[in-house]
Design a protein around this ligand. Structure first.
Ligand code: SF4
Length: 412
């Protein structure tokens, strides 16, 4: 049966490739021979149009199927943003507040633990913890958060602290990145979000972040974490003052890091949410209002192609794109829907119109509506549950929603 599937897919991909121009076809055929696309090849893939573009999307879907079969995964988790106070002034950020601003938040350790316990009660296997770089935050607070959670929930996976937070905590603690990360690992850090990567290009980064965390520092911290046995996700934030040229460089850097460390669990493209971000509000004529649908599709598809053989999981961020677009990307190279989140405040603060939570039932329904098999996973992509097509979660018929209306009405 598996052999038959491979023959069918090979046939399908030959037919697909025959629709492409010679140039695109050559790049994709080389991928099949395990020859990595060059920077200019990657840029060309991002710029494809018409039939070529469709071939790129189909080719990404072919690779997804080859690696992940018909499975689409998700994780039950909760976001805990322990503070939104931050003085770093990243231009794209609509999340940060000053201490005296209305809506400035600070969660003490007890409040962080209460949220983690609530998440665990609702079946979360992971808590994802990130915060702003509060000027009064002691460097030790990062380890204290881990210790406090692990004391009451020793089994929960703590996915926490972006490279920018590691940079800040290490600086405040006067420790090297390696020592700081080793300590956090001992205190219970399981993995890290690879956020704050934005675009790994010095010129663009300077405009986005005033170069407070340089591309080289991001790379150094991520590599140090991987070497310390702390895996991380990999991200890109696109659709602002960037272009396919920088996307190509960014993907190439991630691919090279993965060759060296093997520490990335997945790649998550994060489309820029412009509504409340200072970057857009200050210069709307110079900054794009987020990526176009065309760019979003190509970003996920080209990432699948470029990272094939290196990073097996391409995740869509439903908080940025909403459920319907996320579902559509499941046939363009994406195999993971991310987490249920329970409280998501970073995208929302930047003006994202998508919700704070997608429940387990809804995740399963979205995946089934794309004719894929829903799989609940843990943070490190170990399978926890395959949802039998006959049996829905919590004993509900997947085709009947909780209020009896259209079961996919949450798709926007
Ligand atoms: S992106 Fe992070 S570091 Fe930058 S201003 Fe926002 S909260 Fe602060």
């Amino acid at each position: 049966m598996k052999d038959l599937q491979i023959i069918c897919h090979s046939k399908r991909i030959e037919d697909t490739l025959s629709d492409a121009s010679i140039e695109t076809r050559l790049i994709l055929e080389n991928c099949l021979k395990n020859q990595q696309p060059s920077l200019s090849d990657i840029e060309k893939l991002f710029l494809t149009k018409g039939k070529d573009r469709q071939v790129v999307l189909n080719f990404a879907d072919f690779l997804r199927n080859k690696v992940n079969g018909n499975n689409v995964t998700f994780v039950i988790n909760r976001n805990i943003n322990f503070t939104n106070v931050c003085y770093m002034g990243c231009k794209f950020c609509g999340f940060a507040k000053r201490s005296n601003d209305l809506g400035a938040e600070w969660l003490n350790l007890d409040e962080v633990v209460i949220r983690a316990k609530e998440a665990s009660k609702r079946g979360a296997t992971e808590v994802c913890i990130q915060g702003g770089l509060h000027p009064k935050l002691p460097g030790a607070y990062y380890r204290e958060i881990l210790i406090a959670i692990k004391k009451v929930l020793p089994k929960i996976h703590i996915h926490a602290f972006s490279p920018f937070e590691i940079w800040y905590g290490a600086k405040k603690s006067r420790m090297s990145y390696a020592d700081f990360l080793e300590d956090l690992k001992e205190c219970g850090l399981g993995s890290m979000p690879g956020t704050a990567a934005e675009i790994l290009d010095t010129k663009i980064r300077k405009k986005l972040t005033k170069n407070k965390l340089t591309a080289d520092q991001w790379i150094e911290i991520i590599k140090t974490a991987h070497r310390s046995g702390i895996p991380s996700t990999a991200t890109i934030m696109y659709g602002h003052i960037d272009s396919p040229k920088e996307w190509a460089v960014h993907l190439d850097i991630l691919r090279r890091i993965q060759v060296e460390t093997g520490g990335f669990t997945e790649f998550v493209p994060l489309s820029f949410v412009h509504y409340d971000s200072p970057l857009y509000l200050e210069s709307p004529s110079l900054v794009r209002a987020g990526a176009t649908d065309n760019e979003i599709e190509l970003m996920h598809a080209v990432a699948r192609i470029v990272l094939h053989g290196f990073i097996d999981n391409i995740q869509v961020s439903w908080t940025k794109l909403g459920a319907e677009k996320s579902r559509n990307l499941l046939s363009m190279g994406v195999n993971d829907l991310g987490g249920t989140l329970m409280n998501e405040s970073i995208s929302r603060a930047a003006g994202s119109k998508n919700g704070q939570e997608i429940t387990e039932t809804e995740m399963v329904e979205i995946i089934r509506s794309a004719s894929k098999i829903p799989i609940k996973r843990d943070t490190l992509y170990r399978k926890l549950k395959t949802y039998d097509s006959e049996i829905s979660v919590a004993g509900h018929d997947p085709l009947v929603s909780r209020n009896g209306s259209n079961p996919l009405s949450f798709l926007n």
